[in-house]
Write a new protein. Sequence first.
Length: 86
Amino acid sequence: MQSRSPIRQCVGCGARRDKIELLRVVNNKGEILVDPGGRTPGRGAYLCPNMDCLDKAVEKGALKKALRKDISDEIYEKISEEIKHD
Ligand SMILES: [Zn+2]
């Protein structure tokens, strides 16, 4: 039996996409991790895997709000590295 994966919303552009097409970023006990497998527990946010959506999400404060954490340069770099790897 096949089941579709859940739909999630990008915090950057607001597009609704299949969860597996989005990059999950998670606040795991105060540490921001990029979680490609979607298995890390914690408060998560989803992004289209491109820099436009990351920049939008940071600029409008949506990522900060979703993760309840300030997006430092270090965190920004970590997420952009993951996007560039894709
Ligand atoms: Zn997006």
